[in-house]
Design a protein around this ligand. Structure first.
Ligand code: 13P
Ligand code: SF4
Length: 301
C-alpha cells in the first residue's frame, strides 16, 4: 500500500493536483486527501482551489459542483460509477417542466442533484446551510424543495414552513427506523444520538441533534460528552475516532454504508492521475446556468 501511496504522491506533484475527499469515503482516501469535509466545505474548497487538477473522491454530483465552481480546472472523478441514487431521483426534464408550469414557485435544490437539474432551480443548499437558505426566502413565497423529502420534511418541521417536497430519499439514511434509536439508547444510556437530516422525520425527532457530516464532527469536537451514537454513513467514524481518541462512538446501524461512496479506491486515484480520467465535462449551457444557484447559495451562507 505504501508503494501505491508514494506513486499517488509523485503523480499528484507532477500534475499539480489537489485531492478533495468527502467524510464518507474509504479511510485510506481520507488519509491521502489535501482536504476532507462535508458538501458545503468541499464546495468552498473547490471554489477557492487554484489547482489545475482537482481529484474528487466522493460522488458524481460533488465532482460536477467542483467543475461548476472551478471551470478552468480539470476535475477528475476517479471512479465513473460513483453516483448518488437520491440525486438520480430528480430528472432535469421533470424539474424544467415544473419550473415552466409554476413560475412563481421558488425551487430549492439540495446539492445532491445533477448539474442538469441545477440549471433549472433558483438556489441550492447543503445540509450544513439549509436552515439559513430557507430562512432567507420570504415566508409568503411558495417553495418546492428537492429531491430529499426527508431533509425537506425536517426543515418544514424545524422552521415551521410548508415547502412542497419532491418524493426523493437517500436509500442509506431512509432505512434508519425509530426502533433503532430506541434500541441504541437502551444499549448505551447517556450517549448523545447524532443523526443526519437525510433520516426520516420520526427518527430526527427522537435524536438529540440532526447535523451535516461537518456539523457532527464539530459537535463532537466541542462537546463535553464522552459517548455518541452516530446515525449516518459509517465512513465518518474514521475522522471522529482519529480527532477524538478518548471519546466513544457507536454506529446506530453497523452496516450503514453508502455503496457509491465506497466505490473509489486508491488504485482508482492512481489511475485517474496517470490517465487523467474521468474528466467531468458539462455543456457550456449547463456550466452557465447550473453555477448560478450554487453561487447564490454561497453568497447567502
Ligand atoms: P453532508 O456531508 O453535506 O452532510 O452530506 C451528506 C451526504 O449525503 C452526501 O451525500
Ligand atoms: Fe447519495 Fe445517500 Fe450516498 Fe449521500 S449517502 S451519496 S445522499 S446515496
Amino acid at each position: 500500500m505504501s508503494d501505491l501511496i508514494d506513486e499517488i504522491k509523485q503523480l499528484k506533484q507532477e500534475r499539480k493536483a489537489i485531492i478533495l475527499a468527502h467524510n464518507y469515503v474509504r479511510p485510506e482516501l481520507q488519509d491521502i486527501a489535501d482536504f476532507t469535509g462535508d458538501s458545503l466545505e468541499l464546495s468552498i474548497k473547490a471554489k477557492n482551489a487554484k489547482a489545475p487538477v482537482i481529484v474528487f473522491c466522493g460522488v458524481r454530483f460533488m465532482a460536477e459542483s467542483a467543475k461548476l465552481l472551478s471551470p478552468d480546472s480539470m476535475v477528475l472523478l476517479p471512479n465513473s460509477d460513483a453516483g448518488c441514487p437520491m440525486a438520480d431521483m430528480a430528472s432535469a426534464e421533470k424539474v424544467a417542466d415544473y419550473k415552466a408550469t409554476h413560475p412563481e414557485t421558488v425551487i430549492v435544490a439540495y446539492v445532491n442533484t445533477t448539474a442538469g437539474v441545477k440549471s433549472h432551480v433558483d438556489i441550492c443548499c447543503t445540509s450544513g446551510n439549509a436552515e439559513k437558505i430557507i430562512n432567507s426566502i420570504p415566508l409568503d413565497r411558495e417553495i418546492l424543495f428537492l429531491p430529499d423529502r426527508n431533509l425537506g420534511g425536517n426543515l418544514n418541521r424545524k422552521l415551521k414552513r410548508n415547502m412542497l417536497l419532491w418524493p426523493g430519499f437517500c436509500p442509506t439514511h431512509d432505512r434508519v427506523t425509530p426502533q433503532m434509536i430506541e434500541t441504541a439508547r437502551k444499549l448505551h444510556p447517556g450517549a448523545k444520538v447524532l443523526v443526519h437530516p437525510e433520516c426520516d422525520t420520526e427518527v430526527v425527532a427522537l435524536a438529540d441533534e440532526a447535523l451535516s457530516t461537518g456539523g457532527i464532527l464539530k459537535f463532537v469536537r466541542e462537546s463535553p460528552e464522552q459517548e455518541f451514537i452516530i446515525g449516518t454513513e459509517t465512513g465518518i467514524l474514521h475522522r471522529l475516532k482519529s480527532e477524538n481518541p478518548d471519546k466513544k462512538f457507536y454506529p446506530l446501524k453497523p452496516e450503514m454504508l453508502c455503496p457509491n461512496m465506497k466505490k473509489i479506491t486508491l488504485e482508482n486515484v492512481r489511475d485517474c492521475l496517470k490517465n487523467l480520467t474521468e474528466q467531468i465535462e458539462l455543456s457550456t449551457e449547463v456550466m452557465h446556468s447550473a453555477v448560478k444557484p450554487i453561487e447564490e447559495m454561497l453568497s447567502r451562507s
